[in-house]
Design a protein around this ligand. Structure first.
Ligand SMILES: Cc1ncc(COP(=O)(O)O)c(C=O)c1O
Length: 446
């Protein structure tokens, strides 16, 4: 490591070149197999890095609207670098004294925003792992003998048809299988249909199913539907159902930082757990996620084991609260960004993203060349171009803009606003140009 700062200085021009690059990606080159081949080693690192920058997607480009993350921020990148330089693991206070405190501080801060008075939590390797750990807690809470005896029959998880697939993956991992996940219908905007939830609940009771958890989502993956937490709690109360309520807030949880849109999360303080991803809408480098719990002891109860070679005393070692052993330091990137950029940076970032999505909706809704699927609730807008072949439109976008699509029943595109430099006006103008070019070229062909 003696030469670290010298090496860093040497690659700084490459970073500058990447930052100033106007292209989203380099479409002209095929990735060279010789480059990937590990047998051809002893290469010059600078050249390798140059090739990597040249042939990777520039996710910080304002027209990268493809995924639920976008670029990163300078402070976060520095945090990531320092994390790697200090290279430690989060299991014990002994080896991560400062980082353990930072993680606890972040968890406490987000718990306060949620409204948990004495909550707990842990940072997880992504939102999917957070969802899994929440369901493991739910099952433990339902019957704590599961920690020793394994599964009982008829355990059931209820979620919506728009829930993230990690709920089903979790059920597979938990040995419950896909058959144990019952999916409630959704409304046009992707949120859970509460009348159908009531029907599903009645059906579960009639069939004697043991509901371990109801999973709600605030900000579904495609349409950003927000499940009505208070309504769902009322329905559970009506049938005296005491199951664990988990909220997947990997996308919409970031509205905890907003004043304008916080009401989309009303009722959050009533639920048992929440997954929260700061690597998505808050722009912290991937990965930075946490699971928060209303009961501060439930993680330890669910997962802690007597590992005498690792946990030697009564220290608040965070490793006891998770299913991981060695765990990367995920706190520093978020903690440092919060400290340096401040709470308002996050608030402005999410508010702007919601605003841009609503602007694009206004433009497109007034334009007969585009059909919008529904009014956006938050960060995403779904649409399809009218009278144009879907694949032709995808071809027309190549190299200019990246947006993803889904093939639900029909195919449609999803634009995600996240990057602070993404602007609805520019996106709309570009999509209109692409539409026009395709019409022109098909006219010429005919
Ligand atoms: C609603 C929702 N929950 C969970 C996840 C999974 O999060 P991660 O990619 O961090 O595992 C996603 C990912 O897009 C998501 O959209």
């Amino acid at each position: 490591m003696d030469d670290l700062s010298k090496t860093l200085l040497n690659i700084c021009p490459l970073i500058d070149k990447h930052v100033n690059n106007k292209k989203i990606y380099n479409d002209s080159k095929q990735i060279n197999n010789d480059f990937i081949n590990l047998d051809k080693n002893n290469s010059d690192m600078r050249q390798l890095l140059e090739y990597i920058f040249d042939n990777s997607i520039k996710t910080s480009h304002p027209m990268f609207l493809d995924k639920l993350y976008s670029g990163t921020n300078t402070v976060g990148v520095i945090g990531e670098l320092v994390t790697s330089i200090l290279n430690t693991s989060m299991y014990t206070v002994k080896v991560a004294p400062l980082f353990s405190q930072m993680e606890v501080e972040l968890i406490n801060k987000i718990n306060k925003l949620v409204g948990y008075k004495q909550g707990g939590g842990i940072m997880t390797a992504g939102g999917s792992m957070g969802n899994l750990m929440a369901l493991l807690c739910a099952r433990y809470k339902y019957d704590n003998r599961v920690k020793y005896n394994g599964n009982m029959n008829n355990y059931t998880i209820i979620c919506s048809k728009s829930s993230h697939f990690s709920i089903e993956t979790s059920s597979i991992i938990m040995g419950l299988g896909l058959k144990s996940v019952i999916k409630v219908d959704v409304c046009l905007d992707g949120s859970m249909d509460m009348d159908n939830l009531e029907k599903v609940l009645i059906m579960c009771k009639e069939k004697g199913k043991k509901i371990i958890a109801l999973v709600l989502t605030v900000g579904t993956t495609v349409k950003n539907g927000f499940d009505d937490i208070n309504k769902a709690c009322e329905i559970l109360n009506k049938y005296n159902e005491k199951c664990w309520i988990h909220v997947d807030g990997c996308i919409g949880g970031s509205l905890l930082f907003s004043n304008k849109y916080r009401e989309l999360l009303d009722g959050l303080e009533r639920v048992d757990s929440l997954t929260f991803n700061s690597h998505k809408m808050l722009g912290i480098p991937l990965q930075c996620s946490m699971l928060l719990t209303m009961d501060k002891d439930i993680l330890k109860q669910s997962f802690a084991l007597d590992v005498s070679y690792l946990y030697h005393d009564k220290s608040e070692d965070l490793g006891k609260n998770t299913i991981q052993c060695g765990r990367k330091v995920d706190a520093l990137t978020f903690w440092l960004s919060w400290k340096v950029l401040g709470f308002n940076y996050f608030r402005e970032r999410v508010d702007k993203a919601v605003y841009e999505a609503s602007r694009l909706y206004e433009f497109m809704n007034d334009d007969e060349r585009f059909n919008v699927i529904c009014k956006p609730n938050a960060f995403t807008l779904c649409f399809y171009p009218v009278g144009i072949n879907f694949d032709n439109f995808m071809d027309g976008m190549k190299g200019k803009i990246m947006i993803d699509y889904t093939c639900d029943t029909d195919k449609y595109f999803r634009v995600v606003f996240n990057n602070p430099s993404a602007c609805a006006n520019d996106v709309y103008d570009l999509l209109v140009d692409i539409y026009g070019d395709i019409c022109k070229s098909s006219f010429m062909k005919n």
